[in-house]
Design a protein around this ligand. Structure first.
Ligand SMILES: [Zn+2]
Length: 368
């Protein structure tokens, strides 16, 4: 099995996520039992980490599968259609932006490796944009007629330009039989209301807490970074991830998440003048990338604001509340540090050196 085949298998033929069983059954029965149709246009929306894309790719594979009536739980993986998906060349599937196509994403990653960070970043930002020409280029596929189902996926649909959204509206107003459009968006609030009113939203946002908890627990296999994971730790991860199980798992596996207690220690040493900002900068550079450090600091700031409002700390496994009981930074100082974090993100997009950004942040942290 090649790497590409493995990557596509994990996407099209992955096990169904436990909190999606009900929706899966509803949708697939509509197609098979009543030999009815799915709505012409669907929207999978909501914050990332809830498994929207996992659901959509699985559904795409099943809808296109020639043996789907014998395999109600997921595409057969063997028929000609499933083989086409494996090779990334399905004639009845169009994906925008191209970078979202499972195979092409992998190719792109390999191709971008030798390029500089700046051009890779610029490429990924522009690669997500869906332009009017992209929508126009879909038209022959949508209006070609003929037998068999055809599917268009529009991932990161909120990234459509206004012209692209208007071009798409026309398509949504003229449903073609056997053609399904599936929009995916992490930020549905940014979608045009006229688009939203013409698509049927899939109920993917609510996840039963116990199912989420059990899934995260099993996925982490009882340990995070070889440390035993307690039920409290899982509850905290889920709370920090706003209940999104896949996001909670990613959080548990992120190196920065395990440096939260260290963040407090270094901050206190900086404040007390026991460590210079240059030394702190050198230290953090050896521990985390600046992007990771910014995410870590954002979480700490968020929790510090909660505590200053009299709310309970979201992190019960570190001593943030104890530290703040002894010393509470002023709101102004918190705002200033939040602003510096934002400025650092912008500077990094403009290719400022990590060391420079780290040095500046440590000077600011010492003032907090
Ligand atoms: Zn099949």
């Amino acid at each position: 099995m090649t790497d590409i085949t493995k990557a596509t298998d994990a996407i099209y033929f992955a096990p169904l996520l436990p909190w999606q069983h009900e929706l899966w059954t509803q949708l697939t029965q509509r197609v098979s039992v009543s030999s009815g149709q799915l709505p012409h246009a669907l929207l999978a929306a909501g914050m990332s980490g809830m498994g929207k894309r996992a659901f959509v790719w699985r559904l795409v594979a099943w809808l296109l599968c020639y043996e789907k009536h014998k395999h109600p739980l997921g595409a057969c993986g063997q028929c000609e259609s499933c083989q086409w998906l494996r090779s990334g060349t399905h004639p009845s599937l169009q994906v925008l932006p191209l970078i979202s196509l499972p195979v092409s994403a992998e190719h792109n990653q390999q191709e971008s490796k030798p390029k500089s960070t700046k051009s890779a970043k610029a490429m990924s930002a522009s690669a997500l944009k869906i332009k009017v020409d992209d929508i126009r280029a879909l038209q022959p596929f949508i209006y070609q007629g003929g037998q068999g189902m055809r599917i268009c996926i529009l991932d990161h649909a909120e990234q459509m330009t206004i012209a692209a959204a208007n071009a798409l509206l026309k398509t949504l107003e003229e449903p073609q039989s056997q053609v399904h459009l599936i929009l995916i968006s992490d930020m549905p609030a940014k979608l045009l209301p006229t688009i939203k009113s013409r698509v049927q939203q899939l109920p993917l946002q609510t996840i039963d807490h116990k199912l989420a908890f059990d899934y995260v627990k099993e996925a982490l296999g009882g340990t995070i970074n070889r440390e035993a994971v307690t039920d409290d730790a899982i509850e905290q991860l889920l709370q920090l991830a706003n209940g999104a199980p896949l996001a909670a798992i990613m959080l548990a596996q992120a190196p920065w998440y395990h440096k939260r207690a260290l963040w407090i220690t270094v901050w206190q040493a900086l404040r007390a003048g026991k460590r210079s900002s240059t030394a702190a900068s050198d230290y953090w550079q050896s521990q985390l990338s600046i992007t990771e450090f910014i995410r870590l600091s954002e979480l700490m700031l968020l929790d510090m604001r909660r505590i200053s409002l009299g709310l309970e700390s979201m992190q019960q496994d570190i001593d943030l509340s104890v530290t703040l009981a002894k010393y509470q930074p002023l709101d102004n100082a918190l705002n200033q540090f939040a602003l510096s974090l934002q400025e650092s993100k912008v500077a990094l997009q403009q290719n400022v050196q990590e060391k420079f950004a780290y040095d500046k942040l440590m000077q600011e942290l010492a003032q907090l």
